[in-house]
Design a protein around this ligand. Structure first.
Ligand SMILES: *Cc1c(COP(=O)(O)O)cnc(C)c1O
Length: 369
């Protein structure tokens, strides 16, 4: 049996027809960038996340950079984030003028608030929680810290569209939040896409100008920025996909629950807490002999990934003088790996993957004994 990590083809006939129709409509009206579908998409996102404003942009990285740029960081301003994320998080902080400070993570692979607290200095301006793997960070504790020290929170919600903390959707906690809708994400476009959400009208107004080369009225540049506009076709596609999202998240949760059950006591399955509803962007287990396990699974046709191979502070671009604490993240990094979890997996594929893992673990245990 083959179990692919991802399958981005559009194979459902009804969905395919809907997407093609949406694209045809854009070709008909011809407003190919920032067309009417983009505005509809912005309204849909804002309503769904529960925020006043949403700004659609060309990628999640761009969304995060814009949200951070609007904080007006000064040289030397520190922004505390996790040490375990896709490098876009650190890049956005640095290119917005901040100094990333890398905090440690817990067994849930998310920002450890105690580590964040230890890293706060008089130079700290903001916290960027990344809701990693599609699980919300502890927003109650991080919110209290931010309030005590007057720090802004900008959420990196790239992996977690639809996830909740305390019944509240991620993206509704910080002064702003940045979503990615790239094709791998839970809510996915058919190309690059992202969005910033906020409740603050002034911040929103700045973001509108910053999205298009710092221009107002399409011509007058009031501040140096870059072009980050969204293609109308992507917005049209996303609008069609949004109603399908609950079913898609349900499928991921079903796969996760089955893995949880089949892998209990075999490997360490993702940490679950009753105050959070996860969307399982990835299903990340922790296991001994991780690299051998991956090789074995590959030999059995099961594709897995390590997200991510490098901690952000260990990347060549950040290594020199990287500040923070990442002892636990480094220990975990040798043990975690992501199993296929996408909505197209069949129950049979999940059972087969779990059976392969059980077989491997029994064998290694027998050798050790
Ligand atoms: C995907 C991702 C991003 C960047 O989004 P793009 O749309 O790929 O630019 C940022 N942060 C995290 C945590 C991500 O997973």
């Amino acid at each position: 049996m083959k179990v692919p990590f991802l399958d981005l083809r559009v194979t459902d006939a009804a969905e395919r027809a809907e997407l093609l129709d949406a694209v045809a409509r854009v070709l008909d009206h011809g407003r190919l960038v920032m067309g009417p579908e983009m505005e509809q998409f912005e309204q849909a996102i804002a309503a769904d996340v529960g925020r006043r404003f949403a700004l659609a942009v060309g990628s999640g990285t761009h969304a995060l950079w814009l949200a951070l740029k609007a904080l007006r960081l000064a040289p030397g301003d520190e922004v505390i984030t996790t040490s375990l994320s896709w490098i876009a998080t650190a890049n956005a902080i640095r290119l917005a003028g901040g100094t990333p400070i890398f905090a440690d993570v817990g067994d849930d692979l998310n920002l450890n608030p105690a580590s964040v607290a230890r890293l706060i200095t008089p130079r700290t301006r903001a916290i960027v929680p990344v809701h990693y793997t599609g699980k919300a960070c502890d927003m109650a504790t991080l919110g209290r810290l931010a309030e005590q020290h007057r720090l802004a929170i900008v959420e990196d919600t790239a992996q977690a569209y639809g996830a909740t903390f305390g019944g509240r959707k991620v993206g509704s906690f910080g002064v702003a939040a940045a979503f990615s809708m790239n094709p791998m994400k839970v809510l996915a476009a058919c190309g690059e896409a992202g969005a910033v959400v906020t409740d603050d009208p002034e911040l929103y107004e700045q973001l509108v100008a910053l999205r298009y080369n710092g221009c107002v009225n399409r011509e007058v540049c009031i501040e140096a920025s870059l072009n980050g506009r969204m293609d109308t076709m992507e917005a049209a596609i996303l609008l069609k996909r949004m109603p399908r999202l609950p079913a898609l998240i349900a499928a991921r949760r079903r796969n996760a629950a089955l893995y949880d059950q089949l892998l209990a006591g075999v490997v360490e399955t993702p940490v679950r807490t009753s105050d959070r509803e996860d969307v399982f962007y990835t299903y990340t287990i922790r296991a001994d002999h991780r690299d051998e396990l991956r090789a074995y699974l590959e030999s059995q046709g099961v594709e897995t990934k390590i997200q991510h191979q490098y901690l952000m502070p260990d990347q060549p671009a950040y290594q020199a003088g990287a500040r923070g604490e990442f002892t636990h993240a480094r220990a975990l990094q040798r043990r975690f790996m992501c199993l296929p979890i996408h909505e197209k997996l069949t129950e049979e594929q999940v059972r087969y993957t779990a059976a392969c893992i059980r077989a491997f673990c029994q064998k290694t245990k027998a050798i050790a004994a």
